[in-house]
Design a protein around this ligand. Sequence first.
Ligand SMILES: *Cc1c(COP(=O)(O)O)cnc(C)c1O
Length: 375
Amino acid sequence: MHEGISIPVSSPSITDLELDNVAEALKSQWISSMSPYVKGFEDGFSKYVGVRHGVATNSGTTALHLALAALGVGEGNEVIIPTFTMIATANVVEYQRAIIKLVDADPHTWNIDTDAIEDQITDKTKVIMPVDIYGYPSDFDKIRKISDKYGLTVIEDAAEAHGAVYKGRKAGSLGDIGCFSFYANKIITTGEGGMAVTDNKELAEKMAWLRAHAFGRGGKHFWHEELGYGYRMSGLQGALGVAQLKRLENFVDKRIANAKLYNDLLSRAGDQVTLPPESKDVKNVYWMYSILLKSKASRDGMMKFLKSKGVETRTFFYPIHHQPYYASRYSNMTFPVSDSLSDRGVNLPSGNQLTEDEIRYVCENILEYLKGEKS
Ligand SMILES: *Cc1c(COP(=O)(O)O)cnc(C)c1O
């Protein structure tokens, strides 16, 4: 480890604002999901996204699961997801015993390849679940065109894209239901937590009901007509969320400024480095500032070199079709773009507390490593 230097991939930013809110929640005894802080967080965050209803949960995974459960997706149904994603996107489909149909990534956006979606649609398909990878929204114009044509529902996995924008609309508002995570390394955090947002009142009520054990209505409390879940968010998490929400726009601005500095410094590496996706239609929020190197050997070598300098990095996701739990189902299929991203991609330090000096230090070391590789 380099003398005294330690730059993490991600670190949350917790200030007096968060401390005061959580202390206030404790003092007021509003600690369960009945807390006004949870309602306040649901209202504030859904309004920020530009959607009518928010259903707060205890994780991003459970928000996605609630969305599928409320839609009645189950055995015999098919759900289309990108293979290049975090494992939870696939697991929630598995929880409902539905069939996971995988689509390769687009080489430019790293999101689901919209030209390959229709090949996977059958008469069993119910849902398309695109993921806004690393904070860059998927191509929803094309996705909506396909979902309209086949009468499918779209669940946006926006777990990594708080504050991102696609053609003037915020991530999370681009499908029928949008799902967020507030895990500690996400753009805003409640420690653990999540939220499903939607304009559809009926779906919102169904998700809120299933979230809390589907308790009986009309006076018959301990009476359960459907399978419910223990997916509630606590009042302490809500209090933390309300404070983080106030700072979200600042976090986003800082991440964009940081990415610009990274881009400027790393463009000196020429074609040895592929910078993150960019488009005039999209506001990327860089949940993970991520680059591609020319080969797996180069990526692995660079990660090792940076580690010796005190810089933490992460590989990209291993695609779903390679995950030990799922791989055997997809052994006759190939997903070359996802494989290439997974082999060559690296997440650089991207947290809310990252400083300009730290970015300069990271980039100096990347350039030094690549210079050595060239000679
Ligand atoms: C983080 C994440 C999730 C899951 O969120 P948790 O809060 O950890 O359950 C789901 N999908 C994607 C794409 C994620 O990055």
